[in-house]
Design a protein around this ligand. Structure first.
Ligand code: ADP
Ligand code: MG
Length: 344
């Protein structure tokens, strides 16, 4: 399906054309027409890299009334990186709209500009639950006018312990709003959340064999635990142009592996929760600009990082849950490119 068969208007269409999106992804094909026509709640389950941001972002930009200077949509997402990515995407979709104001609200950075942006009359808020709650408590952000709530990566928000913040935020929104829940997986906690907060809802599930998965080759190497690091080095040596993420289970492993790689002369750095926000930003921008080839990260730190052209995802340790492996390998093989997921 092409974007010009959607009832979305010329300005949105032009912005999407600028992004060089040609066809809707499977989740977009199911979600966008539904959201344009209906104001009912929705659960959409699809793996990472399937284009969920545009699936909710395009209908939201379409539905916003730019003449009204109050919050009409709020998107909650688990990490600062995701927030920034989503707001960047929304700004791209709405680039031909003149009076639209999109505000990203996240912790670990100065709150004053965020307050100022909300006060100047924002229509779309993209935030992490903690900081959003903070702005509500300060009486800066008022959600009585909200028409659409998006819970993006709902499974991850619950994993990260945001349940209470979500409860507090959702209780500030009007009961007749539209709630959209996006998740890669549907554990019981997400089911419970949807039962608490959603009215009659439609569930859209995109077959787990998505484009991304098709483009990923899966390799494994069997080595003794003591040879794990050497196996990693060997993989890097035989792929001198490697540009990838190495997943470790703990912050300590992440730091150790990154330190060893750096000592051994590899172009690597670590991303994990012990770093300050500005350190994390610094590492991310180095990685994004390809000044670093190898990012050693925990799952939480790497969650939602949207870098399209990774050549490899390396599982230094296997995760406990299958879904986490799917998330990890979904970091590569994106946007039609080939990727390799390796397990050591
Ligand atoms: P998800 O939230 O499902 O993990 P994203 O929304 O971050 O996935 O999208 C993954 C990548 O695919 C992004 O780089 C995005 O720009 C790109 N993308 C999304 N929709 C399309 C499309 N219709 N055509 C081409 N690329 C797309
Ligand atoms: Mg997403």
């Amino acid at each position: 399906m092409n974007f010009n068969s959607l009832k979305i208007g010329d300005r949105l269409l032009k912005a999407i054309t600028d992004l060089k999106f040609e066809k809707l992804t499977p989740v977009q094909e199911k979600v966008i027409p539904y959201l344009i026509d209906k104001n009912e709640d929705l659960i959409a389950l699809a793996q990472t890299g399937t284009g969920k941001t545009a699936a909710f972002g395009i209908p939201i930009v379409h539905k916003i009334n730019c003449d009204k200077k109050y919050p009409q949509a709020i998107i909650l997402s688990p990490t600062r990186e995701l927030c920034l990515q989503i707001s960047k995407d929304l700004i791209a979709y709405s680039k031909y709209f003149e009076n639209i104001n999109i505000t990203a609200i996240y912790g670990g950075s100065n709150i004053q500009p965020q307050i100022k942006s909300v006060r100047s009359g924002t229509q779309i808020v993209v935030g992490t639950p903690g900081r959003v709650k903070d702005l509500i408590n300060r009486k800066v952000l008022k959600l009585k006018t909200i028409e659409i709530v998006v819970l993006d990566e709902a499974d991850e928000m619950l994993n990260m312990g945001f349940k209470e913040d979500l409860d507090a935020i959702l209780s500030e929104t009007p009961s007749n709003k539209q709630t959209l829940l996006f998740s890669a997986t549907m554990p019981n906690e997400v089911m419970k959340l949807s039962k608490t907060y959603m009215d009659k809802f439609k569930t859209i599930e995109v077959a787990s064999r998505n484009e991304g998965a098709k483009n990923v080759d899966h390799h494994y190497y069997m080595v003794n635990a003591k040879d794990r690091y050497n196996a990693l080095r060997r993989i890097c040596d035989i792929n001198p142009k490697i540009y990838g993420i190495i997943f470790c289970r703990t912050r300590r492993d992440t730091k150790n592996v990154a330190d060893k790689l750096m000592n051994d002369g590899y172009n690597a750095d670590a991303l994990h929760g012990d770093l300050s926000q500005s350190q994390r930003d610094h590492v991310m921008s180095k990685f994004r600009n390809r000044n670093i080839q190898l990012l050693v990260a925990t799952d939480v730190a790497a969650r939602g990082i949207d870098i399209d052209n990774l050549t490899h995802v390396i599982n230094y340790n296997l995760p406990d849950e299958n879904e986490v492996y799917v998330h990890r390998s979904g970091r590569t093989g994106r946007a039609g490119r080939k990727g390799i997921s390796i397990i050591i």
